[in-house]
Design a protein around this ligand. Structure first.
Ligand code: ME8
Length: 517
């Protein structure tokens, strides 16, 4: 297979239980990766957990366990989350694994050899919750007299210690030049503008080691220091590919990554620090950083202290896996913030899935089975305007969806697919095969077969979003497993092909059944 395609999620902190926000990023990557796979790319999908740093050390102390015990326990939760959301990753990296630690130490040495690192003293603000350094301008004092980071609200503390520094300030102009030459490097454009002004406002050298705690990767030849958790974490994208080992075939094949998918909270780390470090190490830069928006719950920020963390497991149990996957990818313009509400979830699922798609399959395929002996017969397409318009539109559907997916516009891709579904519902209403049954059986079979053909195309395109449901539709249509990728998109159902009896795929929800939280 040609065309390598490498996609990554952020590696998640293990001090917290996974919630819907984590599921969202992983889901977006899964959809993207499945799409590329169906387009016959040689895909590689990485996710994992970020297991070092002061935050983890503190969380372990609070729970009276060692950091290692904590990370072993909680990392498992993220593996489970991926499993229940049907996330098909190829590798799951943990930063406490020897393979990662060795590689990140090599990276450090590589930076050092290129004079990108020097030893000095750091004094400034640090927020453990964000694992980030802040300048005076980036903090404020709350009504209660507490000093917090303006961007995140995380409490900051004053830190003074010996530290290694990365010469970030050397990269200001090169980064700006890079953003200009590669307009698709940071997406969406609002984030690109935000990052550009951050860099324009001036970059200071970055403290990249700590001495006041010990849960981290030791700095080579100076193990009084441990590496700053973000340098450690960012390198996971490379270390997971076997960089610097005898078996670096994956690194050779897949680096640089095509897409680092992240939330907007961590775009600066990915679009400023990470490319600067790679430039300094003379390693290739990832092709795109996409920073998506933030989910709130019924209008409120999702937070443990507010007690409104949406439990992904409960969501799946209430609404079903593919309904939830569909809702998350369809409801909000990808890149913008979004609000989760049970009402919206029920509305989307009922209107798009149960009514539009579900009904279309039910009413057309049931008739095909009952009245046409399950047999497809499209025959010759004459000059009926509606037949031709519908088939023409179906023919163009792949290209339209493909272009939207290249921009990570998942919501638009789905809107395009579902506009096709609506059009097909209008077609069936207009052609009224239930009337044709009494007047023209041959024409009825042709109309129903055309609809089955459209359903086949729709289901092929829906596979990345709703793998199980789309798979069931393709099963109903009796499509062979090797005829389900995008190369089969333009192959038409052959006359004489027999379909299977349809089953109900999307049940309707009664709004009052939705849990009230
Ligand atoms: O930042 N809405 O890990 P993290 C949307 N370890 N997405 C959300 C979200 C929400 N309400 N809450 C979380 C870290 N996310 C670092 C990353 S990478 C080298 C190191 C998602 O556990 C979103 O993708 O805090 C966000 O960027 C990520 O979880 C933060 O995960």
């Amino acid at each position: 297979m040609s065309n390598p395609y490498y996609i990554t999620t952020p590696i998640y902190y293990v001090n917290d239980k996974p919630h819907i926000g984590h599921a969202y990023t992983s889901l977006a990557c899964d959809v993207m990766c499945r799409f590329q796979k169906l387009a016959r790319h040689d895909t590689y999908f990485l996710t994992g957990t970020d297991e070092h740093g002061q935050k983890i050390e503190q969380a372990a102390a609070k729970n009276n366990i060692t950091p290692q015990q904590l990370v072993d326990r909680f990392s498992q939760n993220f593996k489970c989350l991926a499993k229940i959301f049907n996330i098909e990753h190829d590798d799951f990296i943990r930063t406490t694994e020897p393979r990662h630690k060795q590689a990140v130490q090599l990276f450090w040495q590589r930076l050092q050899e290129r004079q990108a690192i020097y030893l000095d003293k750091y004094s400034g603000w640090y927020a453990v919750r964000d694992e980030a350094f802040y300048t005076d301008k980036q903090i404020e004092t709350t009504d209660k007299g507490e000093k917090v980071a303006i961007a995140s609200g995380a409490p900051v503390e004053w830190v003074e210690e010996e530290s290694y520094f990365f010469r970030l300030s050397d990269y200001q102009e090169r980064l700006l030049q890079y953003y200009q030459n590669n307009p698709d490097f940071i997406m969406p454009s609002t984030r690109r503008n935000e990052v550009t002004s951050f860099v324009k406002s001036g970059l200071k050298d970055l403290s990249i080691s700590r001495t006041s705690f010990s849960w981290g990767v030791p700095v080579p030849n100076d193990d009084k220091h441990i590496m700053y958790v973000w340098l450690d974490a960012l390198f996971n994208y490379v270390s997971a590919l076997g960089y610097g080992t005898d078996d670096d075939a994956n690194y050779q094949r897949y680096w640089p990554a095509n897409l680092h998918m992240v939330g907007k909270d961590i775009v600066i780390f990915h679009a400023v620090y990470w490319p600067a470090m790679l430039m300094a190490a003379e390693l290739p830069l990832p092709k795109r950083i996409f920073a998506h928006g933030w989910w709130t719950n019924e209008g409120q920020k999702i937070s443990k202290s507010l007690g409104n963390v949406i439990d992904p497991l409960q969501l799946l149990e209430t609404y079903g896996l593919d309904q939830t996957r569909y809702f998350l990818m369809r409801e909000v313009s990808f890149g913008q913030d979004g609000d989760f509400s049970h009402e919206a979830m029920v509305r989307r699922s009922n209107s798009d899935l149960a009514n539009d798609l579900g009904n279309l399959c039910q009413r057309s395929l049931t008739m095909l089975v009952k009245h046409c002996d399950s047999e497809i017969k499209i025959g010759d397409i004459g000059d009926d305007v509606l037949d031709n318009a519908l088939l023409e539109r179906a023919h163009n559907l792949y290209q339209a969806v493909y272009e939207e997916m290249q921009e990570q516009a998942f919501h638009k891709a789905l809107a395009t697919i579902f506009a096709m579904v609506s059009e097909t519902n209008r077609y069936i209403d207009c052609k009224a095969p239930w009337v044709l049954r009494k007047t023209d059986l041959e024409r009825m079979q042709q109309v129903l077969s055309i609809i089955a053909e459209i359903i086949r195309r729709v289901a092929i395109l829906l596979q990345p979003f709703m793998p199980d449901a789309a798979g069931k539709i393709l099963d109903m249509l009796n499509i062979a497993p090797d005829a389900r990728d995008f190369t089969a998109f333009d192959e038409q159902l052959a006359d004489g092909h027999r379909i299977n009896p349809p089953v109900i795929i999307f049940p309707r929800f009664e709004a009052e059944n939705a849990p009230t939280e």
